[in-house]
Design a protein around this ligand. Structure first.
Ligand code: PHE
Ligand code: ZN
Length: 873
């Protein structure tokens, strides 16, 4: 870093001095030299009292200014100033017109922000600050304007020309070019602008809204992928209907377009009426996509659609308010998936994701509040905290207010703020005002970082038939936030009798550091089911006895907590065993007798009253990374060995049941992605994976057989995942087969890269290095980098943390290489090196050394600088 990058602070927010009312853009598309002409009508912002003579400051990066006119007159050289960050001149009056011409180079845009080329198509990505790479503009979300966009391009290579809003005209131009004009009547911030042009295939459908309007739905994909759009289209229609039914929100234009592109920094983007997607979250057919892919497609298509209201009609005042749209929209997509699939299984998966991504973030060097106070690079704040914890905050409001009260708040929010750029506080106020409640304490969830820890204690008085529950809460300090306040949170509890019946159930409104609750008419000493449905996003330090956990696994009337009890039981066994292993080096002995645990798992596995998807989840032991979070210092090799040993013990104890489950859950029906069928496949996959864990060759043969005969990608990947960690000859056969089938399929081959990067085999790093030379791999495509390099660091704890530091050194090299191409993605991948505090001194110092090596890099981006410098501190 040559100069210290600037820190942007929330408290420094000021409204813009000028507003932009209308934007006219003309694009002359060319891969090397696209010309962008813009005509902006500006006006002084009455809120700021600005006017003639005040400085107009427009953001702009990485482009050539060709001309600049104000009110029709070119500005003289001395009358404006251009820097690497933008353009400044003095306002001639209170209202004036600015005309700007810039030249940009889409083909050289490796950052994939602004206008770039993906495969053969042009596309844009403007959130958060990409529009300033297209033209000089006030690139901030509180500047909202209507847009008219003209696209000129060659007709042969770009038959499809798209932007936001409605198509006004399509005309042929001389020299084989043509033109499309688009008009978006809804004022929007520039981060929601989009343009797509290319030779794309189109799949069409339509949706009738609740007021009877027909909306044309189109999905644009590369030619040849038309048969992979059905599920995305179906998800879109279901999402549109759900938003009408559950939120009363109707779509507001006559067309809705989705474009799938192969090169994309994130998952997808909610540009007004022109969503742009990472192709992996659109394309699916049974032999290319797994059940998990279908699930993700459904939720991301819904997520982006839901943004039309929660994000577009009402947007963020500034980027510190990002969770206003993201937390709310994640909560909405989670609820949609819960309604479409199994609610408890959805909750389990959402909590797993929160724990895997957000809790470590909140307990590490990058901890920040849901509404951050400062940033160096806003791209670094599209985090698990803003998204997932933000969704938990909305969920708690829903729990505290009830479905009806929540809906009243939502209605008031949209009624008050439609067409505005607002704050998280405005959202909370709508909830308060609609319900006559006070959220002063609850609001701390937006400003306080860190995961609260709850400890509970129960005391039964048999004479009084009363149960006293004492709950304490505490949040550890986080970087820059030492003093923590007590939070308000809803804690759902149940008191269970030994026969499994429910003696009492309640949602506790916890507000104090230490609080007591008394329950009367409790006829026997109850077993407590605590924080049901994960109603509060916290850690619970109290671990019930193994006997109580086994009881809860089999009897809790809250499905989430049945699963949770199994996870707690397994974690407790594994953590004790990892400690014992450190002394003995013998994983089996360290685990000791685990029969009671196996029996509890057996009862779940064979309980036909339970949903199969749930049973599959309940069989899966806590992951290595999750266990590392609970150990200080964590020894990745010990964790790996002990977890494998427990898997083997469970596999041997339940071999008969797993064999039966494998057989009974075979299906002769044609593949269907519905939740029930997916649950059946998931249970069968778990059974196969445990059977292989017995170590018996017959089951590896069985996996190979399943690979060879699979008629869908879910079963194929399940088999390949089992073989991937083995020495069995089937591994090479299946991997080679997969490669030859899918090498030219850019979405599918990523599964093959990831799988090999995640192998627990000790030759994995060498394999990853070799795979970087594979013809399908390129550092320029974010999906490829994430699949191979990212998966190695994020999903292969054993090999990434190899004691000799080879994993760290390899990874730091890749991050620096990537930083030169795509800083945003490089920074998003850098978090694993920041976990050094969790590990032994030797590993910690090696990890820190790599972070320091990154910090010493020449031309280090702001993005990677921010993550590396915060991580090393
Ligand atoms: N706003 C997008 C979403 O969550 C995410 C995104 C952010 C995409 C930045 C691209 C760039 O739906
Ligand atoms: Zn979003």
């Amino acid at each position: 870093m040559s100069e210290q990058p600037q820190v942007i602070r929330r408290e420094d927010y000021t409204a813009p001095a000028f507003l932009i009312e209308t934007v006219e853009l003309v694009f002359d598309l060319d891969r090397d030299a696209t010309i962008v002409a813009s005509r902006l009508s500006l006006k002084a912002n009455p809120e700021r009292g600005s006017g003639a003579g005040d400085v107009v400051s427009l953001d702009g990066e990485d482009m050539k200014l060709l001309s600049l006119k104000v009110d029709g007159t070119a500005l003289a050289a001395g009358d404006y100033e251009v820097t690497g960050e933008g353009l400044r001149f003095k306002a001639p009056s209170e209202q004036f017109v600015v005309e700007i011409e810039t030249r940009i180079s889409p083909v050289n845009n490796t950052r994939l922000e602004g206008l770039y080329v993906s495969q053969s198509a042009y596309c844009t990505q403007c959130e958060a600050e990409g529009f300033r790479r297209i033209t000089y503009f006030m690139d901030r979300p509180d500047v909202m304007a209507t847009y008219r966009v003209t696209i000129n391009a060659p007709k042969d290579t770009c038959p499809v020309l798209l932007s936001n809003g409605n198509l006004v005209s399509s005309t042929d131009l001389p020299d084989g070019r043509h033109q499309a004009v688009w008009d978006d009547p809804f004022p929007k911030p520039c981060y929601l602008f989009a343009l797509v042009a290319g030779d794309l295939a189109c799949v069409e459908d339509s949706f009738k809204t609740m007021s009877g309007r027909d909306v044309a739905l189109r999905i644009f994909v590369e030619h040849g992928n038309e048969d992979r759009c059905d599920y995305a289209m179906d998800s879109l229609k279901r999402a549109m209907k759900w938003d009408e039914d559950v939120y009363g929100l109707e779509y507001d234009l006559d067309l809705f377009n989705i474009v799938a592109v192969s090169d994309f920094n994130m998952g997808a983007m909610e540009n007004k009426s022109l969503n742009v997607f990472n192709a992996k979250y659109i394309l699916a057919k049974s032999d290319t996509a797994t059940d998990t892919d279908y699930e993700l497609i459904e939720s991301i298509v819904a997520h982006e659609y839901f943004h039309n209201w929660s994000g577009n009609r009402v947007t963020c005042r500034d980027w510190f308010q990002l969770s206003l749209k993201e937390g709310l929209t994640v909560f909405r997509d989670q609820e949609f998936s819960s309604d479409e699939r199994s609610r408890p299984v959805q909750r389990i998966k959402d909590v797993q994701r929160l724990r895997a991504g957000q809790f470590p973030e909140d307990g590490g060097p990058l901890a920040h509040p849901v509404r951050p106070d400062s940033y160096i690079e806003i791209n670094n704040f599209y985090t698990a905290t803003v998204y997932q914890k933000g969704a938990e905050v909305i969920r708690m409001m829903h729990t505290l207010l009830g479905a009806e009260g929540y809906r009243k708040g939502i209605d008031l929010y949209f009624e008050r703020h439609d067409g505005q750029a607002v704050t998280c506080d405005d959202f909370a106020r709508a909830m308060e005002d609609a319900n006559g409640v006070n959220f002063d304490q609850f609001r701390l969830w937006y400003s306080q970082a860190g995961t609260p820890n709850l400890i509970w204690k129960g005391e039964y008085d048999a004479d009084k038939q009363a149960y006293r529950l004492t709950i304490e809460q505490k949040t550890e300090p986080t970087p820059g936030q030492v003093i923590k306040s007590d939070l308000q949170m809803p804690v759902k509890i149940g008191l269970l009798a030994r026969d499994g019946s429910e003696l009492h159930a309640q949602t506790i409104d916890l507000t104090q550091a230490k609080q007591e609750f008394l329950f009367e008419d409790i006829s026997e000493e109850p077993v407590v089911s605590f924080n049901r449905d994960f109603s509060a996003p916290v850690n619970v330090g109290t671990i019930p006895s193994h006997e109580d956990l086994a009881f809860l696994m089999g009897n809790d009337t809250d499905a989430f907590n049945r699963w949770e009890a199994g996870q707690k039981y397994a974690s407790d066994l594994l953590i004790a065993a990892v400690r014992a292993y450190a002394k003995s080096g013998d994983a089996d002995a360290a685990l000791g007798n685990v029969n009671a645990f196996c029996n509890a798992l057996r009862a779940t596995l064979t309980n036909d009253d339970l949903d199969k998807a749930f049973r599959a989840q309940a069989m899966i032991l806590p992951g290595e990374a999750m266990l590392a979070e609970q150990l200080q210092p964590a020894d990745p090799e010990a964790i790996y060995q002990v977890r494998q040993a427990l898997r083997r013990k469970v596999a041997i104890a339940l071999q008969d049941e797993f064999e039966a489950s494998y057989r009974h859950n075979a299906s002769n029906d044609a593949y269907s992605p519905d939740a029930t069928s997916a649950g059946q496949r998931a249970l069968r996959a778990v059974a196969l994976s445990y059977l292989a864990a017995t170590g018996e060759t017959v089951f590896l043969d069985l996996a190979l057989e399943q690979y060879r005969t699979a008629d869908n990608m879910t079963d194929r990947m399940a088999a390949l995942t089992v073989l991937n960690d083995q020495d069995h000859p089937g591994r090479a056969e299946a991997l080679a087969d997969f490669e030859s089938r899918f090498a030219s399929d850019t979405v599918v081959i990523d599964k093959w890269f990831s799988l090999q990067a995640m192998s627990s085999r000790t030759d994995t790093l060498d394999q990853v290095k070799k795979l970087m030379e594979h013809s399908a791999f390129t550092m320029r495509n974010p999906n490829k980098v994430r699949a191979l390099v990212g998966a190695f660091a994020m999903a292969n704890q054993r090999n990434f943390h190899a004691a000799d530091g080879s994993g760290y050194a390899f990874y730091a090299d890749r991050l620096m290489e990537l930083d030169n191409l795509n800083p945003q993605v490089a920074a998003r991948l850098a978090a694993p090196l920041g976990k050094w505090r969790k590990f032994d001194e030797d590993r910690a110092s090696k990890m820190k050394a790599e972070l320091n090596r990154i910090l010493a890099k020449e031309n280090l981006s702001r993005d990677l600088y921010e993550i590396a410098s915060k991580s090393v501190a």
